[in-house]
Design a protein. Structure first.
Length: 462
């Protein structure tokens, strides 16, 4: 009787034990998934908060700008120290700036998360955390960031895959900071040498090592190599308004101007760009004047600078439309000129040269060669036709063809310095190029059939 009771109790205990083990197993399996799901949820929420904050700051900048415009118009603009909250430089005891909303991107290992301030367990549950007291992203010194390896959002799960030269990007609302990995080291958890202040701008990422253990620490340190502004900050907007209270935004002006007026506009715009590189109006004025003067390289450079400040500017789009319209107009003139020549009419060589300039400025060297081919075919005594086609071949890396055209230009103008210098540069440009060009250098230029070497002329003044 006693043995039967004991056996019955034993069966109940085994059943309870088995249920307990099953429950424990489920917990072990579900817990990491639950923490990861929680971490993912928090990461998404933080990303939304970051985006909302960025939009809010932009809206606030516009609001401040409009308000300052009204104050300027009413003559009520306070001094600059008041505008900037009393943070005038040189008043001593400068406090550390608060940590800005920051994202971290590591393309090689797929990291794209928001960085929070602090490195406590509560903070790291939500994603990577910035060590309190260390410098902010982009600042001179050491910016330290910690992150989990296997739990919660595990941002640094694959941190050990980074090597020297890999990219780490920290992005705030206003700036994008690019770092390049310098060192990857496994150290004792008590070793904090890589978190000490540095003389240059660096970032240090830390996490536990190896995975599922805190026996050592994995440290990855990178150095700042590039800083790019994303949009004009509120302070810069207010400063600009304070310095130029009556300035109105210039719209694209289609009113015809003389060459002297356009040259004066370009000179003034160049000076304004140097004085205030963050002023988009200066870059737009430079682009408009350059377009009107057919300085297409400078126009495209000015457009790129303006897009850095505000890529959605309607004025930028207007200048681009003007550039596209001019290119189409020139192409139509070239096509019409070729038809006229075929019918026994005259051609305008300047149209060909200008269309070639546009192709060269936009990097379409193949199309430039085709335009210059037509000019060489119909005006074989023209020095520029050979030199410009040679320049296009040069950009395409076709040294033999480039040298042949430069030499042909020298047939019509033996003292043409541009051709002489280009041939010398290509010959000295590299072992393979010098070998190829040496064979051409020994050959005498051949005059085109029916031409005389002394019979030459320029389309453009030197």
């Amino acid at each position: 009787m006693f043995s039967k009771r004991l056996e019955k109790l034993s069966r109940k205990s085994r059943k309870r034990l088995s249920n307990l083990l099953i429950i424990s197993g489920i917990i072990v399996i579900v817990f990491p998934l639950a923490t990861e799901a929680y971490g993912y949820y928090k990461s998404v929420q933080l990303m939304k908060a970051w985006d909302k904050q960025a939009k809010s700051q932009t809206a606030e900048a516009i609001k401040i700008r409009n308000n300052q415009d009204r104050m300027v118009a009413a003559g009520q603009l306070p001094d600059e120290e008041t505008i900037l909250g009393g943070a005038a430089p040189g008043n001593g005891n400068k406090a550390k700036s608060p940590f800005p909303k920051t994202k971290i991107f590591i393309p090689k290992i797929g990291v794209n998360q928001v960085v929070m301030e602090g490195s406590s367990p509560a903070v790291l549950k939500n994603g990577p955390g910035h060590y309190t007291g260390m410098v902010n992203p982009g600042a001179k010194g050491n910016c330290g960031i910690a992150g989990h390896r296997v739990t919660y959002t595990h941002p640094f799960n694959r941190l050990d895959e980074l090597s020297q030269g890999d990219v780490i990007i920290l992005e705030t609302v206003d700036y994008r900071y690019e770092y390049r990995v310098e060192t990857v080291a496994v150290v004792d958890p008590k070793n904090v040498s890589t978190l000490r202040p540095t003389s240059d701008a660096k970032v240090t990422l830390t996490t536990c090592n190896p995975k599922y253990s805190a026996k050592t620490r994995l440290n990855v340190q990178g150095v700042l190599v590039d800083t790019k502004p994303l949009k004009t900050s509120i302070i810069r907007v207010v400063k600009r308004i304070f310095k130029e209270p009556q300035k109105k935004k210039k719209l694209v002006d289609n009113k015809p101007k003389t060459y002297a007026e356009l040259a004066a506009d370009l000179k003034a715009a160049r000076k304004a760009v140097v004085e205030d590189p963050a002023n988009i109006d200066s870059h737009l004025s430079r682009a408009q004047a350059s377009l009107a003067l057919s300085l297409y390289d400078e126009m495209l450079e000015a457009i790129r600078a303006a897009e850095f400040i505000n890529p959605k500017s309607a004025d930028i789009a207007a200048v681009k439309e003007g550039f596209a319209a001019k290119r189409k107009q020139l192409q139509d003139k070239v096509d019409a000129s070729l038809k006229d020549v075929g019918a026994g009419g005259n051609m305008d060589p300047m149209v060909f040269l200008e269309l070639g300039d546009i192709h060269m400025a936009t990097g379409d060297y193949g199309s430039a060669v085709k335009v210059y081919d037509q000019l060489v075919k119909r005006m074989p005594h023209t020095v520029e036709a050979y030199c410009y086609r040679a320049a296009a071949y040069d950009r395409m890396g076709q040294d033999k063809l480039a040298i042949a055209d430069y030499q042909q230009a020298l047939v019509y103008d033996p003292g043409y310095q541009e051709a002489l210098q280009a041939i010398e540069r290509i010959n000295n440009g590299g072992e393979d190029d010098s070998t190829a060009s040496a064979s051409n250098a020994g050959k005498e230029p051949v005059a085109k059939p029916g031409s005389v070497q002394t019979h030459s002329y320029r389309l453009r003044p030197q």
